[in-house]
Design a protein around this ligand. Structure first.
Ligand code: UD1
Ligand code: CA
Length: 459
């Protein structure tokens, strides 16, 4: 099969410099959704017709081209003279011996199942159109039938008042026999209300040529909804998120409110996972059995092991959290964080590029960066690893069973030996030996003769 994706429209109503098909839905460009769905049908040829935005669309397509799939080709449509004219730009790319499926870069949520039904309806010699009955068909092409058979498609602006009463509309998505398609497109004219070359005019030509015209219907109306404005983009985003939420619920994930979750990538959940409201998941996130994610947390490319608890308002990015660990509230785990089992990271603690072994704790107000921390270590409130001298970064090593007193600074590179204790307020600039108390702090004194100053009396 050949697939042609039309994506040359300007998208004026988006009020944006970004070409319409590059606007993100669930964190991914609209056009990428269409390409991903098209690829599930394993097309031999896949051609994207673009127009506005310079090289932005072909550049995005080129990034998708590395991989196991057949390469996607792009063709520029300039100027844009209508949907029929757009498909013409792809013709040199198409294999005549297989049918051609036409999709739209701004219609992101069509399911592969619906497309497969349409392709099956078309077989090898029919023209098949994906149609839906709409309560309000205004502005869309109407399917004109006689004795139940499709005779033509008429655009709103060209329709008679009687045709405007028709509620079955053209989604735009169709499958055509390719050799016929080439002939039909070559015969299009633009003598219509909009002065455009209408793809839809191939239907009347198919009827005239005796080629059967059939239809298939999507499982839901939103599958053929297009994006022309930010309002429509927001509506489809919610629809898509609700679909994802429903799929998670079906798998047994406990969502406290399926209307308040955003998955912008792949969220893989084990059994008995619970997710509170307002959480955002980006990239690939894995939540193992029994994980709880508190309200308003953001997880990006993260792996959370079984039984871990993420309390509210955490930001976790490119990090691994070990089994039964407790994170937050208000914790930030930055890229390269690897926590082993039963690690506790509390409020206002930031961890970056650090490994923390089992049963260690940093419960309040700390920065741990470029550090290797052993097991059963306690990092006191206000501890900072000074990993950066303004030019280079250095590592801090804290061995097993250490106790780091509150408000200590560890000036890397530095090692705290196994079982060592640092007194509160220590500025550690040399290694601390194992098993000993190391402290750097001015001696505390009390001045017996001191009196608090009093205000001078006015004369
Ligand atoms: C088209 C159909 C109409 C259908 C409707 C569904 C035609 C003539 N009409 O309407 O029957 O109900 O879609 O939404 O086909 N595009 C290009 N190049 C162009 C023109 C359009 O690439 O020169 C792309 C647009 O980017 C868009 C799609 O084709 O993705 C549809 O164009 P649009 O103008 O929105 O649809 P209509 O022509 O109004
Ligand atoms: Ca148009």
């Amino acid at each position: 099969m050949n697939v042609v994706i039309l994506a040359a429209g300007m998208g004026k109503r988006m009020q944006s410099a970004l070409p319409k098909v590059l606007h993100p839905l669930a964190g991914k460009p609209l056009l990428s959704h269409v390409i991903d769905t098209a690829r599930t049908l394993a097309p031999g040829k896949l051609c994207v017709i673009y127009g506005h935005g310079g090289a932005a669309v072909p550049d995005m397509v080129a990034r998708l081209n590395s991989g196991a799939h057949a390469p996607i080709v792009t063709a520029l449509q300039e100027p844009q003279l209508g949907t029929g004219h757009a498909v013409m730009q792809a013709l040199p790319q198409l294999d005549d011996s297989v049918p051609t499926l036409i999709l739209y870069g701004d219609v992101p949520l069509t399911s592969a199942e619906s497309l497969k039904r349409l392709v099956a309806a078309a077989g090898n010699g029919k023209l098949a159109i994906l149609t839906v009955e709409q309560a309000n068909p205004f502005g869309l092409g109407r399917i004109v039938r006689e004795d139940g058979q499709i005779r033509s498609i008429v655009e709103e602006k060209d329709a008679t008042p009687a045709q405007r009463q028709i509620r079955e509309i053209n989604s735009g998505i169709m499958v055509a026999p390719t050799a016929h398609l080439k002939k039909w497109l070559a015969a299009l004219s633009n003598h219509n209300a909009q002065g455009e070359y209408y793809l839809t005019d191939i239907v009347a030509q198919a009827v005239a040529d005796g080629v059967p015209v059939v239809s298939a219907q999507p499982s839901a109306e939103w599958e053929v909804a297009g994006v022309n404005s930010k309002v429509q983009l927001a509506e489809l985003e919610r629809r898509h998120q609700l679909n994802i939420a429903n799929a998670l619920l079906e798998q047994g994930v406990h969502l406290l409110d399926p209307a308040r979750i955003d998955v912008r990538g792949e969220l893989i959940c084990g059994r008995d996972v619970s997710i509170d409201v307002g959480c955002i998941f980006e990239g690939r996130v894995e939540l193992a059995d029994g994980v709880t994610v508190g309200a308003h947390s953001v997880l990006v490319n993260a792996r959370i092991a079984a039984g871990a608890t993420i309390k509210p308002f955490c930001h976790i990015e490119e990090a691994v959290v070990g089994a039964a660990s407790v994170i937050g509230p208000y914790a930030r785990l930055r890229p390269g964080t690897e926590l082993a089992e039963d690690v506790h990271i509390g409020n206002f603690v930031e961890i970056k590029n650090s490994q923390i072994a089992a049963h260690s704790k940093a419960n309040h107000l700390a920065y741990v960066g470029d550090a290797t921390v052993g097991s059963r270590v306690n990092i006191g409130a206000g501890t900072i690893t000074c990993n950066y001298d303004g030019a280079n970064k250095f590592r801090t090593v804290i061995e097993d069973d250490c106790f780091i007193g509150s408000d200590s600074q560890l000036i890397a590179p530095v090692t705290v030996g196994k079982g060592a204790t640092l007194g509160a307020g220590t500025t550690l600039s040399k290694d601390a030996p194992p098993g000993k108390l190391t402290i750097s702090r001015g001696k505390q004194i009390t001045i017996e003769s001191w009196r608090r100053p009093v205000k001078a009396k006015k004369a």
